[in-house]
Design a protein. Structure first.
Length: 393
């Protein structure tokens, strides 16, 4: 029986763990202690911090694992790269992993390889004259932690008066002594899921995003197909392929965030893993294969053998969220059975504490729908959301 190590035991790793079990794999789940649903599904659990790459490598060698993988999070990608290099496993390299989790390294590589991206500067928290350091950049700006995920440590800044509070927020969400300031590209946010295997990009699936506008835009849902002109799609694909080359990504899923301005695609960032917020499900439904299975097979050194069933299936998803902090008193799905309601998922149960939505991890569930057309899927999505009742007090 092959052994797969899955880093993380949270909501976004649960489908990966379930798929591994269905494939007959011995599933080793690693995460810090906590109320994480993936622990109960694993064959074996290690309560360790997934960013402790030395400790995880020690465990991986002791267990003689055949593969290591995660989904929906960037925090442990460096650990995956280190283990893959040390044990000769399939997956992104340690060097590529370092680029993928450090937005400054990533942006520097984009600039070096001619990938279209927003103008930027690296800034030390101790910089005595930030105005001089960022001279030439125009408001609005984005202050970014270079090593966080889930939209944490990212905030929009419209004036010099906002610098101190923005820096404090970034500082609370980083382990680095520096951060990134870049120009805010005014445009339409969208994304893409992609996969690279043995140096070849297997597919690129642009998708539309539903965005929550707080301190910055936070994706709260997605849909495919995305209605773009052929020229824009080809430009987006060219920018993504350039970014993959710049970052040296290989044998991994890719989550890409873009901004469309004046019919040109600007690359915000790429992650060397599958996207969160139902993006693996979006890909699976659209193409007609189990994306989690492809991710696992690649991590085990097997050929994922991508095939694409036509017609492609339009689908849409959206997070369930709370508009206040509190305790869930009750939750009810009033939807009638419908084959096109792919999934209604509650992350928490009555009695659990939840937060007012601000960033991705504040989600409290999701809904996924499909349809003959995208319009059908989207119409059903919002009808289904109206029939889900969650009481938070």
């Amino acid at each position: 029986m092959k052994k797969i190590m899955i880093l993380g035991a949270g909501i976004y790793q649960v489908p990966l763990i379930k798929t591994a079990k269905r494939l007959g794999l011995y599933t080793i789940v690693v995460s810090i202690p906590g109320n994480y649903p993936g622990f109960a599904l694993a064959d074996k659990v290690y309560y360790e911090n997934t960013v402790d790459d030395e400790k995880i490598l020690e465990i991986a060698k002791a267990e003689q694992i055949d593969g290591i993988v995660t989904t929906g999070t960037d925090v442990c990608v460096i650990t995956i790269g280190k283990v893959c290099d040390a044990m000769g496993l399939a997956g992104l390299s340690y060097e590529a992993a370092q680029i993928a989790v450090d937005k400054m390294l990533m942006k520097t590589k984009y600039e070096e390889y001619g990938v279209r991206t927003a103008r930027f500067r690296q800034v030390l928290f101790t910089d005595p004259d930030i105005k001089k350091t960022i001279e030439g950049l125009e408001f609005p700006l984005i202050f970014k932690s270079v090593d966080s995920s889930g939209s944490r440590g990212i905030t929009r800044v419209d004036s010099y008066e906002e610098f101190d509070s923005a820096m404090q927020y970034v500082k609370e969400n980083t382990r680095k002594d520096y951060f990134l300031i870049e120009e805010f590209v005014e445009g339409e946010e969208f994304g893409a899921q992609a996969f690279v295997y043995n140096g070849e990009v297997q597919f690129i699936l642009p998708h539309g995003d539903y965005v929550f506008h707080g301190d910055t835009g936070v994706p709260i849902g997605h849909f495919a197909p995305y209605n773009l002109s052929e020229d824009v799609i080809e430009d987006a694909k060219a920018q993504l392929r350039g970014a993959v080359k710049a970052m040296q990504l290989d044998n991994c899923a890719i989550n890409a965030d873009f901004i469309l301005k004046d019919n040109k695609t600007y690359v915000l960032e790429l992650g060397g893993r599958c996207g969160a917020t139902c993006l693996a499900e979006l890909t699976s439904i659209y193409y007609g294969f189990d994306y989690y299975e492809k991710i696992l097979k690649t991590a085990l050194g097997e050929d994922p053998a991508f095939t694409f069933d036509k017609p492609f299936v339009p689908n849409a998803s959206h997070l369930l969220m709370s508009d206040k902090d509190g305790i869930i008193k009750s939750q009810t799905d009033h939807n009638e059975p419908n084959d096109n309601i792919y999934e209604v998922e509650f992350d928490y149960q009555p009695g659990d504490e939840v937060h007012k939505f601000h960033v991705g991890p504040h989600r409290i569930g999701h809904i996924i729908t499909k349809g003959e057309t995208l319009e059908d899927a989207q119409k059903l999505l919002f009808e289904a959301m109206d029939k889900v009742e969650i009481v938070v007090e």
